[in-house]
Design a protein around this ligand. Structure first.
Ligand code: AMP
Length: 327
């Protein structure tokens, strides 16, 4: 019998035990952390409690099919279920819960808290990924682990921490990864292809971004990507966000942003990264949010794009000035 020492983990486990029907959802436009945490938690609950009905919902993304097939269910048949939301703090960005009359909501997330508030809320902004939290949950409770679940969690952690590069990578991250590999005997090096395989078109598109990105005197790197370019390079609207971390460690750049035209939905999808100024407050001014140093936004007018670029440039200017006066 495992003794659960951590209070919030105990509460999460108790809630999972309590419900017969559980729906697990994550944010729209999922990344490997969102998808892998969802399928890993679903599969762990399924093998631990075979009598429960547990489904992972949301739109499938074919390039992430390695992590497991998502479930197509009729939400209207799941009244009174427990809804577990992973990797998302705001209800408007939860994918696949239309018409679901859930009884309680339980959140597990590493983003700053927003409007989702349930009786059990496990928010840990110090965690590098939601997969790190799910791995901790499984390792510290009677929830079961198998090699596939461990592999999904490992890839989610590696992806969201950008191979243990980003600042929320901690000794706890390494401890959990150690325990995960030990408990599952995971052969992790063979998994990287699922994360890093990419087309030559994508590599060429990355070259386009590097060549055409404007860098201001204050250290803001930005590029507005027209939909024609997305078409010309044979990539998709999610590609800029997938590539943005590759632009880290450029000496002249403090904050960088990719602004991608989504002509079908009449919106610009924005990704922002920073290795200095906090950017999620600026993102939230433009219909966005996210982490302090990795955020996203949605902008609909050209005027707002100009304002947004100006705001980020000012952030960089102030940051530079403050850094100089601290010397
Ligand atoms: P991305 O650049 O799309 O990888 O997003 C970076 C971070 O910002 C992720 O944690 C997203 O969940 C978050 N994010 C992206 N777009 C939005 C948005 N429109 N509103 C709130 N958070 C967002």
């Amino acid at each position: 019998m495992i003794k659960i020492n951590n209070n919030i983990i105990k509460k999460v486990y108790k809630k999972i035990k309590e419900y017969q029907k559980i729906i697990i959802a994550r944010h729209v436009g999922p990344d490997p952390d969102a998808i892998a945490s969802t399928t890993a938690l679903r599969d762990s609950i399924r093998i631990t409690f075979p009598e429960k009905e547990v489904y992972a919902v949301g739109l499938s993304v074919s390039k992430f099919k390695y992590y497991g097939i998502l479930d197509k269910i009729d939400n209207e048949n799941y009244d009174n279920c427990l809804l577990i939301v992973l990797d998302v703090p705001n209800i408007s960005r939860v994918d696949g819960i239309e018409g679901l009359n859930y009884k309680e909501i339980l959140k597990i997330d590493h983003h700053p808290a927003e409007d989702i508030k349930g009786p059990v809320d496990w928010t840990d902004e110090t965690s590098c990924s939601t997969c790190q939290m799910i791995a901790e949950l499984i390792l510290k409770t009677p929830l079961k682990l198998d090699t596939k679940i461990a592999g999904n969690l490992y890839l989610g952690i590696v992806s969201d921490s950008d191979r243990f590069l980003l600042s929320y990578t901690s000794n706890k991250t390494f401890q959990i990864v150690h325990d995960l590999i030990k408990a599952s005997k995971l052969e992790f090096t063979s998994l990287y292809n699922y994360l890093y395989d990419r087309s030559l078109d994508e590599v060429r598109f990355q070259g386009y971004l590097a060549t055409n990105m404007t860098v201001t005197e204050n250290g803001l790197g930005y590029i507005i990507i027209p939909s024609d370019i997305i078409k010309e390079y044979n990539v998709d609207l999610a590609t800029p966000a997938n590539l943005i971390n590759n632009f880290n460690f450029i000496r002249e750049v403090i904050v960088w942003t990719f602004i991608t035209e989504d002509i079908k939905n009449n919106v610009y999808k924005v990704s922002i990264r920073s290795h200095g100024p906090v950017v999620n407050e600026t993102a939230s001014k433009y219909n966005g949010g996210g982490h302090k140093y990795a955020s996203g936004a949605r902008i609909t007018s050209k005027e707002d794009i100009d304002n947004f670029i100006k705001d980020l440039d000012e952030l960089c200017e102030n940051y530079k000035r403050a850094s100089i006066s601290n010397i």
